[in-house]
Design a protein around this ligand. Structure first.
Ligand SMILES: C[S@@+](CC[C@H](N)C(=O)[O-])C[C@H]1O[C@@H](n2cnc3c(N)ncnc32)[C@H](O)[C@@H]1O
Length: 251
């Protein structure tokens, strides 16, 4: 594991500066930010998020997967530009929270975005804002492990909080993805015969510095071994092969 980075004064000042510059310079983003802020000030969602998490925990979902940490707008913009997404692309954010990545990606690149989130408090907030964008932004209240990804041209996973079980289940889905789909993950390297590494870049997120790993899905080749039943079931515990590597922990 890499050493943790402590932010310098320059980092502490540059983050908010870039964030506000992106908000002001990206048409539509200021209105999104104002609505997200209003939802927080007027509705006090922290209590409801706590209740959502308790309810899901009772349904045997891992609580650690519901830890929060958002992608800043300026980082979201840099990520979609790195993937060169455009209006014909469809980006899925698996675990979209309030949807900051979903809104910024659409507004920066024109791509269609789909946010997938289990906590109803977040989906309620995000859906109110998404309504204004018609078919270009959809928020699905469902489990990222089960969502249909057949239309996706890019998949984004802010995966540093995801539990090992959730990671295993998502890993098991890679084999069925279409060729050339982007698989872009925060804080986590993935090792899969179909994932071709393209790039790694680090940015400051709300919890600290994190590495974003960009992959593209390669075609199935005769030499690509198909996943074992163990992998298909997502049960990787005890499997000696390395599937993922956590790069950073939150500060
Ligand atoms: C670290 S936050 C990322 C938020 C957003 N992607 C961003 O980058 O701004 C992870 C989110 O994943 C959600 N989540 C966890 N497990 C999930 C699952 N199985 N299906 C859908 N969402 C899930 C959590 O509720 C949380 O809101």
């Amino acid at each position: 594991m890499k050493a943790q980075h402590r932010p310098t004064l320059r980092d502490l000042l540059a983050g908010p500066w870039r964030e506000w510059k992106t908000i002001v310079q990206t048409p539509g983003l200021l209105a999104v930010e104002a609505r997200l802020a209003a939802a927080y000030l007027l509705r006090f969602p922290a209590l409801f998020i706590f209740l959502d998490r308790r309810a899901l925990h009772r349904l045997e979902f891992d609580d650690e997967s519901f830890m929060f940490g958002e992608t800043p707008y300026h980082v979201a913009g840099a990520i979609v530009r790195r993937m060169q997404l455009g209006p014909s692309d469809v980006l899925y954010d698996l675990g979209c929270g309030r949807g900051k990545m979903v809104f910024a990606s659409h507004l920066v690149s024109g791509c269609t975005t789909v946010g997938v989130e289990l906590l109803p408090t977040y989906t309620t907030i995000a859906r109110r804002i998404a309504r204004r964008f018609g078919q270009k932004i959809t928020i699905l209240e469902t489990d990222a492990r089960k969502v249909d990804l057949s239309l996706a041209t890019a998949i984004y996973l802010n995966a540093w909080t995801f539990s090992p079980d959730l990671i295993d289940s998502l890993y098991a889905r890679i084999d069925a993805l279409r060729e050339d789909v982007w698989w872009t993950s925060v804080g986590m390297r993935w090792f899969h015969p179909r994932l071709q590494p393209v790039d790694e870049q680090t940015w400051w997120f709300s919890w600290g510095r994190a590495t974003v790993c960009f992959y593209r899905v390669a075609p199935h080749s005769p030499t690509t071994p198909s996943p074992s039943p163990l992998e298909r079931d997502g049960r990787l515990a005890g499997n000696p092969l390395r599937k993922v590597e956590r790069i950073e922990q939150p500060l």
